[in-house]
Design a protein around this ligand. Structure first.
Ligand code: GDP
Ligand code: ZN
Length: 298
C-alpha cells in the first residue's frame, strides 16, 4: 500500500457501495473514491485521506480515528450504521403503528456508543394520538429528549423545533418505514431527493437503492445521516452487564439490590423487581429487559 502523501486531502464519506464510496471535501465537492485492498473498514461518516490514482481516480488511503461508531446487529452479523455521529434522532408515529422496542433499542444503541438521542413523535396532526403521546411522555419521564412534530402538515414549526437540536451536530435519522423519515429529511435537506438521484445516475445504479446510510449537509450547519430501512435493531454487540445501567429507571434503584452483581432476574431482594411490583418499573420495560438479557453477549 502507498504511504499517505503530503498532498493527500481529507474528505467525508457520504455513501458507500461495496468498494466504491462517495466522498465530499470540506467545500462540499463530491466524487467517487475506491478503497484499495481492505474491505469493510470504511463507513459513511468516516473522515478519510485520499490520493489521486494514475487514472485520476480518487483512492481512499486511510481513515482518521472515529469519534463514535454506531452499530446494529442482524442475526449474528454486525452492521455499521455510521461513524462520527453525535446523536440519533428516532422517528416514530401513531400510524402505520410503531414498535416501542425499536425506539428503546435505538436509545440503547446511542447510549452504548456514548452519544445523545432525540425521540421524535411525527404526525402529531393525526387523530387518536393517546397511545403514541403516552409513549413519548414515558420517554420524557425517563430523562430522554423528546419532541412532537408534524413534518407534513406543520413543516415550518417542525423545522423550528428541530433545528436547535440539529444545528452543528451530526445526527443519524432512524425509524421504521412509514414513520415519515423521508418527509423529515426532505424538509431539513431540501435537495436530498435530487442528490440521491444524481448519485445513482453517476454510479449507474439505476433504480437500485443503497443499503448503506447517506450523509447530507444540513444547510444550517452539521450533518444529517439517513439510515437504510430496517426492521430489527439487534444489539448483541452491547455488553449484557451494562444493560441495567443504560435503562434509567433500573439504574435508579439497582444499587439497592442485595447482590452487587444482581442481574434483576431471579435473585432475592432485587430492588428492580421490587420497583416492578410497585409499578415504578413498567412491566413492558421489564419484559424488554429480560428479552435483551438473553440476546446480548454475556
Ligand atoms: P418513511 O418510510 O419513514 O421514509 O416515511 P415517508 O416520509 O415516506 O412517509 C410515509 C407516509 O407518511 C407518507 O404518505 C407521508 O406523506 C406521510 N407523512 C409523513 N409525515 C407526516 C405527518 O407529519 N403527518 C401525516 N399525517 N402524514 C405524514
Ligand atoms: Zn436486582
Amino acid at each position: 500500500m502507498r504511504a499517505v502523501t503530503d498532498d493527500a486531502t481529507t474528505a467525508r464519506v457520504t455513501a458507500g457501495f461495496g468498494r466504491h464510496f462517495v466522498v465530499e471535501d470540506t467545500s462540499g465537492v463530491g466524487r467517487v473514491a475506491t478503497r484499495r485492498g481492505k474491505r469493510g473498514d470504511i463507513t459513511v461518516g468516516d473522515q478519510v485521506q485520499l490520493t489521486l490514482g494514475a487514472s485520476g481516480q480518487a483512492v481512499i488511503e486511510a481513515a482518521l480515528p472515529r469519534a463514535s461508531v454506531l452499530m446494529r446487529a442482524e442475526g449474528t452479523r454486525e452492521k455499521t450504521l455510521a461513524a462520527n455521529i453525535d446523536q440519533i434522532a428516532i422517528v416514530f408515529a401513531a400510524r402505520p403503528g410503531f414498535n416501542p422496542h425499536f425506539v428503546w433499542r435505538a436509545l440503547l444503541a446511542a447510549h452504548g456508543a456514548h452519544i445523545g438521542a432525540l425521540a421524535i413523535l411525527n404526525k402529531n396532526d393525526l387523530p387518536d394520538l393517546a397511545e403514541a403521546s403516552a409513549f413519548l411522555a414515558q420517554l420524557a419521564a425517563l430523562g430522554h429528549t423528546t419532541l412532537a412534530i408534524s413534518a407534513k402538515l406543520g413543516a415550518d414549526q417542525a423545522k423550528g423545533a428541530l433545528l436547535p437540536f440539529l444545528r452543528d451536530r451530526n445526527t443519524l435519522l432512524v425509524g421504521q418505514s412509514g414513520m415519515g423519515k423521508s418527509t423529515l429529511l426532505n424538509l431539513l435537506v431540501p435537495d436530498a431527493g435530487a442528490r440521491t438521484q444524481e448519485l445513482s445516475l453517476r454510479l449507474n445504479l439505476g433504480k437500485q437503492t443503497t443499503s448503506s446510510s447517506r450523509w447530507f449537509r444540513l444547510p444550517e450547519g452539521g450533518g444529517l445521516v439517513d439510515s437504510p430501512g430496517f426492521q430489527s435493531f439487534g444489539l448483541r454487540h452491547l455488553d449484557q452487564r451494562a444493560l441495567a445501567a443504560a435503562l434509567p429507571e433500573f439504574a435508579r434503584v439497582a444499587g439497592q439490590c442485595r447482590f452487587l452483581d444482581c442481574q434483576h432476574l431471579e435473585e432475592p431482594d432485587c430492588a428492580v423487581r421490587a420497583a416492578l411490583e410497585r409499578r415504578e418499573v413498567d412491566p413492558a420495560r421489564y419484559a424488554f429487559y429480560r428479552q435483551l438479557m438473553t440476546e446480548l453477549r454475556g
